[in-house]
Ligand binder design. Structure first.
Ligand SMILES: *Cc1c(COP(=O)(O)O)cnc(C)c1O
Length: 243
């Protein structure tokens, strides 16, 4: 398949996803422009990245730090905003921080501490989201709801980390009604936490919604959706990374 055929498939998928985002945003009294689309590139080879950029997708996400390093390196001449959406181990903080626009997956105070330390040393500040375990599934990462007021109150100790909002992933089981409840609970938590936030901390962003549930997430207030699968449908096998 030629590069221009690949681009045509991506363009068609993107157009249809953007229309779905816009309709869901309208159902929540917003416009599609209020929702940030983060294209999660973990399934595809680095060769797809320039095609995405050519289509105007500049916010790209990876779930593994090493993959993010690799793809950021391969596309460093492009003006991409990288998002880390998966778990970050503390020994990978130093190499990750300079490359990313936003870390969605801060799930412990120890990690927050490590990011603070690095940001301070580099003389920079780092934007992050706090990940909350909205499904309650044991295998899922994230803070528990109950510990969030305490966590947010602690943020004054991390002046080089700017917490911009919350991130959550719906459970595997359940279907739309269950996901809707989980997304709504994250939005409610964000609103409730504002009274615990130290001065200067504004929790605005809600990163929630993946290929199977992004419309529900937007209806419940998502400001960022993280989409992979739905954007890469129909691409030939050589476009995908095989693990
Ligand atoms: C892979 C991944 C996504 C994208 O998932 P799709 O269902 O393929 O859209 C979003 N968020 C995280 C944290 C992921 O790991």
């Amino acid at each position: 398949m030629t590069q221009s055929q690949i681009r045509a498939i991506l363009a068609r998928n993107l157009e249809s996803v953007q229309a779905r985002i816009a309709r869901a945003a309208e159902r929540s009294g917003r416009s599609g422009a209020d929702i940030c689309l983060i294209v999660v590139t973990k399934y595809v080879t680095p060769q797809i990245i320039p095609e995405l950029v050519a289509l105007g997708c500049l916010n790209l996400g990876e779930s593994r730090p090493q993959e993010l390093w690799r793809k950021a390196e391969a596309s460093r001449h492009l003006s991409i905003h990288w998002h880390l959406v998966g778990p970050l181990q503390r020994n990978k903080v130093r190499r990750t921080v300079p490359l990313v626009e936003l870390i969605h997956s801060v799930d412990s105070l120890r990690l927050l501490e490590a990011i603070e330390h690095t940001a301070q040393q580099l003389g920079t500040s780092v934007d992050v989201l706090l990940e909350v375990n909205i499904s309650g599934e044991k295998a899922k990462h994230g803070f528990a709801f109950a510990e969030m007021p305490q966590v947010v109150a602690e943020l004054r100790h991390y002046p080089h980390v700017r917490v911009r909002g919350l991130m959550g992933m719906a459970g595997l089981e359940g279907g739309a009604a269950v996901w809707r409840k989980q997304f709504a609970s994250l939005r409610q938590l964000r609103d409730d936490l504002s009274s615990f936030c130290p001065p200067g901390v504004v929790l605005h962003q809600l990163s929630m919604g993946m290929s199977g549930d992004f419309e529900v997430a937007i209806e419940e207030g998502a400001t960022m959706v993280r989409l992979g699968t739905v954007l890469f449908e129909g691409l030939p096998p050589e476009c995908f990374v095989h693990e």
